[in-house]
Design a protein around this ligand. Structure first.
Ligand SMILES: Cc1cc2nc3c(=O)[nH]c(=O)nc-3n(C[C@H](O)[C@H](O)[C@H](O)COP(=O)(O)OP(=O)(O)OC[C@H]3O[C@@H](n4cnc5c(N)ncnc54)[C@H](O)[C@@H]3O)c2cc1C
Length: 353
């Protein structure tokens, strides 16, 4: 894991922006965006293309937020994602509209989970090749039952993904509207109606298979399979609906390759981006706002008709000086990544490693 400061912005725009001595060019903007993560950058590009005067204020010395790249192995020109590392939820519409040309690589192998059965080393391989995946399930569980259940379960998930994903670029639907859209009572109940652990236990009988399914529900979130808040269901859906397929692809050059291009797109559209500028306070009467910022070398205020907060809800509450909502805690999660640079992939099949 590398600190954000080891991220190396590569594009012309990203390099040019790393100057904390700059001040906003104007005293008033149509829209001020707090935070230059990828969502702030996409918003800046769209708003500037619509002809609005846009300012992005980013507290770090580079744009990209949690979607940045680093060059962790000295002497090797390998740029890897520092935090966020797989692309799935980026709608094709945004790629088509804003034109980033970053490339992704498909992962043929979704997962391999090693285990031992009666002292024998084995594991569950899930990959693009259906026949090999079926064989791996049979080898582990002794029959086709679990793989058939897997096929039905992910068929249901795919149906939901195809219905839900397009709503990500539309006004937020109500729960009732979403249920109508999903239009499948059993799928709704299984994924939105009850803790996912119950669905998984009713669908699969092998503990390791249950664990593999629940990976998408528990990864990076402090929750458990039977959490009544259904945080695990939301985490699962976030991991399986991407572009209607749930495919997660590896960005060539790391996530920074994408966010550098989004920075370029926002600047090319006319947005102004200041890095090294932290927003410290927002005053608003509900109609207009004053955004107070601070950098290493200066501080000031800009006026805005609209403020977009590309920050955690708790950060916005603090910036507005509002009473914290006791039900709202600062976002937290857990993740450990191990990066390895290999000369070649292991030659032996995973089941024999
Ligand atoms: C370890 C890890 C792994 C992940 N893996 C994946 C993955 O593989 N695929 C995936 O799709 N998602 C992944 N995610 C989630 C993904 O990174 C986030 O959903 C995404 O980065 C959110 O983007 P954002 O633009 O909304 O916010 P952020 O990326 O959080 O950007 C917010 C920006 O606001 C800035 N900011 C905060 N406060 C202020 C302030 N007061 N003034 C000015 N600027 C401020 C921050 O410095 C930051 O640059 C991962 C997240 C983590 C932490």
């Amino acid at each position: 894991m590398h600190s954000p400061s080891s991220a190396s912005p590569r594009s012309t725009a990203a390099r040019r922006l790393a100057d904390p001595s700059r001040r906003p060019a104007r005293s008033s903007y149509d829209a001020v965006i707090v935070g230059g993560g990828h969502n702030g950058l996409v918003s800046a590009a769209y708003l500037a293309r619509a002809g609005l005067g846009v300012l992005v204020l980013e507290r770090q010395d580079h744009t990209g937020g949690a979607a940045v790249s680093a060059q962790p192995f000295s002497g090797h020109d390998a740029r890897l994602s520092s935090y966020s590392y797989l692309v799935s939820l980026l709608p094709k519409k945004i790629v088509n509209d804003l034109g980033p040309t970053f490339r992704t690589r498909r992962r043929r192998i979704a997962s391999y989970t090693p285990t031992t059965v009666d002292g024998r080393a084995t594991g569950l391989l899930v990959e693009d090749d259906e026949a090999r995946t079926r064989a791996s399930f049979r080898d582990l569980t002794g029959s086709d039952r679990e793989f058939d259940a897997w096929q039905r379960f992910y068929g249901m998930t795919q149906h939901v993904a195809e219905r839900v994903f397009p709503t990500l670029t539309a006004p937020l639907p109500s729960r009732a509207e979403l249920e109508r859209l999903v239009d499948d009572r059993a799928a709704w109940e299984a994924l939105f109606g009850r803790p996912l652990g119950e669905t998984v236990e009713a669908t699969f009988s092998h503990d390791l298979v249950r664990g593999v399914v629940l990976t998408d529900a528990l990864m990076g979130a402090f929750t458990h399979a039977h959490d009544e808040t259904l945080l695990q269901n939301r985490t699962y859906l976030q991991h399986v609906i991407g572009n209607g397929t749930g495919d997660w692809n590896v960005p060539v050059g790391g996530m920074g390759a994408l966010t550098d291009e989004l920075t370029d797109a926002a600047v090319a559209a006319g947005a102004e981006i200041l890095v090294g500028h932290e927003v410290v306070h927002i005053d608003t009467d509900g109609a207009r706002a004053e955004v107070h910022y601070r950098s290493q070398e200066n501080e000031g205020t800009v006026a805005a008709a609209w403020v977009l907060a590309n920050v955690a809800p708790t950060t916005l509450t603090r910036l507005l000086d509002e009473e914290p909502d006791p039900a709202q805690s600062a976002p937290e999660g857990s993740q450990l990544k191990v990066n390895m640079l290999l000369r070649r992939l292991p030659a032996t099949p995973p089941s024999e490693i």
